[in-house]
Design a protein around this ligand. Structure first.
Ligand SMILES: [Zn+2]
Length: 160
């Protein structure tokens, strides 16, 4: 079966930056399962997968716009260090969950720590970077009616 809209796809993937540094991989973890054609994967990867089938492997370089978006300087903010007193492992590179005024949470990365201030950056760590993705398609099957009504794959046969 070939990948098209409303198929459930199982794949192994590895995301690397331009220097070949691995950012994320499914190797040694569960393969990624998703419902094709409903978002949920890197935008630039979706069209590449159409027509592929189990056993197909490919590698693709995605521009920032097709991956995690451009880097937005406005998303980096300097905050008084006193706001972080209860975090004992504060260091550059630390990722924190931050709550916005509307109650939504997002992940920020600590990019700079000085005596008085901490810079937190809400850009995705791969924003502004080209991403190299290695993909191996493991399985393609039709979505169940339940999956279609939920708009996502049920990897283990049930919802989450
Ligand atoms: Zn569901």
């Amino acid at each position: 079966m070939k990948i098209s809209k409303n198929t459930v796809v199982t794949l192994e993937y590895t995301l690397k930056d331009q220097n070949g540094e691995v950012w994320e991989t499914s190797q040694g973890d569960e393969p990624w399962v998703y419902l094709h054609g409903h978002g949920g994967i890197i935008p630039g990867l979706e069209p590449e997968l159409i027509g592929k089938q189990a056993g197909d492997k490919f590698s693709k370089t995605l521009e920032p716009e097709q991956a995690y978006g451009p880097y937005e300087p406005d998303l980096a903010n300097s905050v008084p260090r006193s706001a972080f007193v209860d975090i004992d492992n504060l260091a550059e590179g630390l990722r924190l969950s931050a709550q916005a005024e509307d109650g939504s949470t997002h992940t920020v990365t600590v990019t700079k720590v000085t005596e008085d201030t901490v810079t937190v950056d809400a850009n995705h760590p791969m924003a502004g970077q080209s991403v190299v993705v290695d993909v191996e398609v493991k399985d393609v099957r039709p979505a169940t009616p339940e999956e279609l009504s939920h708009g996502h794959a049920h990897a283990s046969g049930s919802c989450h």
